[in-house]
Design a protein around this ligand. Sequence first.
Ligand code: IVH
Length: 682
Amino acid sequence: MTDSRYEELKSQINFHNYRYHVLDAPIISDAEYDRLLDELKQIESARPEWITPDSPTQRAGAKPADKFEKIRHPKPILSLANAFGAEDARAWLERISKIDDRVEKAQFVVEPKIDGLSVVLHYRDGFFTQGATRGDGEVGEDITSNLKTIRAIPLKIPVAELEVTGYKLPRYLVLRGEAFIPIKDFETLNRKLEEAGEKTYLNPRNTAAGSLRQLDPALTSSRPLTLLVYQIVCHEGGEVPTSQWEILQYLKALGFPITDVAKRFDNLEAAIAYTETWNKGRDSLPYEADGMVIKLDDLKLADELGFVGKDPRGAVAFKFPAREVTTTLKEIGVAVGRTGVLTPYAILEPVEIGGVIVERATLHNFDFIAEKDIRAGDRVLVKRAGEVIPYIIAPVIDARTGKEKPCQPPSKCPACEQPVEHFEGEVAWYCVNAACPAQLVRNVEHFVSRGAMDIVGMGIEIVKKLIESEKISDVADIYTLTREDILDAITKKDRKTKSAPSGKNADNLLTAIIESKKQPLSRLIAALGIHGVGEVMAKDLSRAFGSLSALSQASADELQQIEGVGPNIAESIVDWFSRKANQNLLKKLSAAGVDPQMQKDEKKKEGALSGLTFVVTGTLPTLSRDDAKTFIESHGGKSTDSVSKKTSYLVLGENPGSKFEKAKSLGVKIIDEEGLKQLAQP
Ligand code: IVH
């Protein structure tokens, strides 16, 4: 382990980070990136004194703060005057031409006006040292730890050489940019939350703002934030370009993300025409933009023009028309998601918003409807922004006639008519019927997956075909499939690719299906897709009950005797087995020969560590994490990831995380690797 390898790793990782998050053009795989990062972490855990602030490991890991400190900006962070249309923009030019006639020959830069959160970034000697929100323009909040988690922000300016940029890098450099969540990432985030039965976010802007104002940087880190920079607020001890266009190129050369939509024009009319093209094409922007900013390219001239209030005269925001309209909410519909989550949506009186006819809008969840008191028949304010699914902002209370109907969560699933379920602490309502047609593809996909029944070769396309041709209406039907059924599904699937249908593939799949009947009980429990029951818990349940029939008769109290099973999961298990549809499914599975009993190797190993629960934290001298786990389990102990009152011992290594603090505060006994080995001796 050498100092130079450490430096090399840091710059390699930072470079790949830049390729991925700034250029959007990675040149190594995620796995290779992770390997580099792992090596770096190993070095840092052995040599913590080497760690520098630009190490990629310093992006996360800052402790949660109690509050944000205030930061006075080195110069006021200004706002922008608005122009609503070409006439307004021309009037702006006329006004400033009267103040300075150089404006008549001026050039203009047009940039997108991203609807995010304005942030200020400070660099000293090339290192990112501080970051703040705009606040009131004079004083902002210190959100440095949160900004560090945004990978598009360089922790160290990777280029400092005069030859690359033509300018000597200032020792102190303050930049301004806009932090935001790209629309695609926002939709993905919401889809995942929805599938997990959690609250979804209302729109990308609020989510970005909320994420940056989290006191715990770990939360910020989990949000898909990024940023584009567009301004040098001030600089000392160096030099920077004096035109906006060159500033953008300069920032790009320094390794910062800048917009690729910006363009420079010789006259205002050309600049206006360009903003108009983006007004029409705004749906193709990857982020929400509420307009374009037209800026004088000559920054010295812009500066000399001064400002009116907080608005500089040298730039104007050319606003796009708002995409909010009111219409009537005719009815509230309910969709069943792949995971059984019931999501309400608004069926609207069709209305045009920015060239698109909108007939539906998301209502997020039933809590949202209750909070906003949205009723069927209401006039509602609807927004469509970019490619974000249109959403309801609020009902127009003043327009109520008294005939509007409040909305309650449905008592039955709209797809299968089975009673719905609500779990405490979760916002969603679920359909938990394993045979619900709306969830069938996903249920089958889960049932055959690797951690479950592991039926290799049963890909999603085949599953879809089998469902389409009504060969499968629940997971038990997998076991009555014939060779012809499978061949037919494979043939249909292959029609697209034109390759010859393969009887061999059908035979292999049929064998895999038959083989899967021998899977241990724990796999079948995991495969059923009971809410809250994953692979690890399935193993514990299998060990504790030994058969499906015993598990199906367990009471909530009995279930809660098992570690990790709280009242919610116990209730969810009891509920699952109490349903007729699920009982029928189990009968069908059993009739098809799928009724495993606990196998010997699933029985808990007995040993010196039996009955003890361990949590490992930090780097142990000889055992890796996995080795330590295997060691503990092979001696009859249990290894878990989080410290609780039930933890018997914390096994402490070098550079422990927060688990160490937690164990201390709970009074959990602490041992090292040697201590663990001694305990394990019979
Ligand atoms: S220039 C003197 N450029 O819009 C500089 N602002 O309504 C004034 N914004 O608070 C700002 N994209 O958060 C500028 N390319 C861009 C922008 C931009 C978004 C935001 C910024 C500002 C608001 C002004």
